[in-house]
Design a protein around this ligand. Structure first.
Ligand code: OFO
Length: 172
């Protein structure tokens, strides 16, 4: 059975995962209308789907542990982005924020001696390490590319391979 505090913290995390999914969906839709970045577009759509999966996993956990997962209202995400580089900077910032928020839920679980929730959240800790590392890699590459169009072509060509490799590493 979840304590009230743990349930509230998990519900807040559900909101954050839903918001992440929404923010990345906005990036995906914006990217889709930019010329020549089809794989960047797919990357954002996939990332949005993954965040939704993270949200669902939390919803099921809360409900299975005798709590009640509440479905939150979400704020309007940014509609457009000044550049691809800017969108990836936002992605990294957002992932760091999510990691901090997971850590806070873990702190609460430990204070409440809820070891099941603590254990469940370790999956999210590992996932955040992977996602932050991936976002950093993307940002480093974009920094190197600068305004070079050829570099952007290669970035778009390679982005799905890079993210699939990171995902495979995480699942080992
Ligand atoms: Fe939910 O994994 Fe990133 O944010």
């Amino acid at each position: 059975m979840l304590s009230k505090r743990v349930q509230e913290a998990l519900n807040e995390q559900i909101r954050i995962e839903a918001e992440s999914s929404q923010v990345y969906l906005a990036m995906a839709s914006w990217a889709e209308i930019q010329p020549g970045i089809d794989n960047v577009t797919s990357f954002f759509y996939q990332h949005s789907d993954e965040e939704r999966m993270h949200m669902l996993k939390l919803i099921h956990f809360v409900n299975e542990r005798g709590g009640f997962a509440t479905i939150p209202a979400l704020p309007q995400p940014p509609i457009t982005f000044p550049s691809i580089k800017h969108a990836f900077k936002e992605l990294l910032k957002h992932e760091i924020f999510v990691s901090e928020s997971i850590n806070k839920v873990i702190d609460i679980a430990l204070e409440e001696k809820d070891y099941a929730t603590h254990n469940f959240l370790q999956w999210y800790v590992a996932e955040q390490i992977e996602e932050e590392a991936l976002a950093r890699t993307m940002n480093d590459k974009l920094e190197l590319i600068g305004d070079d169009k050829g570099g952007m072509y290669l970035f778009d060509r390679d982005i799905l391979t890079i993210s699939m490799a990171a995902e495979a590493k995480h699942q080992k």
